[in-house]
Design a protein around this ligand. Structure first.
Ligand SMILES: [Zn+2]
Ligand SMILES: [Zn+2]
Length: 141
């Protein structure tokens, strides 16, 4: 399990000051993978009732820029956040309810970063979204 001192270490390693809102947001993202901002605000407020919406937005932006959380935004969806960073995994998204799950690269370690033709670009991220119907929605159909 990830502890507060793990989050403190990650913040310090990224040259970010350790603050209670930052720790609370990191814990919320860790325990609610692929959650949207509203869900995260609710989770943070359970810990720190006085923290403002704007503060949570600001922390999410700082953590995303520092690479401590990853921001994903499937088309038609609001931004979601996750703490699983650095492995360029992909996502499967339900067209019905918007549920999101992690999908590892299909072959080996981040092979999707090796484009068949990179046109001279330095590629650092490949975004693959698999769309479909989740088991819950399929059961209701
Ligand atoms: Zn669904
Ligand atoms: Zn993910």
């Amino acid at each position: 399990m990830t502890t507060t001192s793990d989050f403190e270490r990650r913040l310090r390693a990224a040259d970010l000051r350790v603050t209670r809102p930052r720790l609370a947001v990191m814990a919320a993202v860790e325990s609610h993978p692929h959650a949207d901002t509203d869900t995260l605000i609710g989770a943070v407020r359970a810990e720190l009732p006085t923290v403002s919406h704007q503060a949570v937005y600001d922390v999410l932006r700082a953590l995303s820029l520092a690479g401590l959380v990853r921001r994903i935004q499937p088309s038609g969806s609001v931004a979601r956040y996750e703490s699983r960073v650095g492995d360029n995994h992909h996502h499967v998204v339900c067209r019905g309810c918007g549920a999101i799950a992690d999908v590892d690269c299909a072959v080996g370690h981040t092979p999707c970063l090796t484009a068949s033709d990179d046109h001279g670009f330095t590629v650092d991220e490949a975004e693959v979204v698999y769309w479909g119907t989740c088991p819950d929605c399929a059961a209701q159909a």
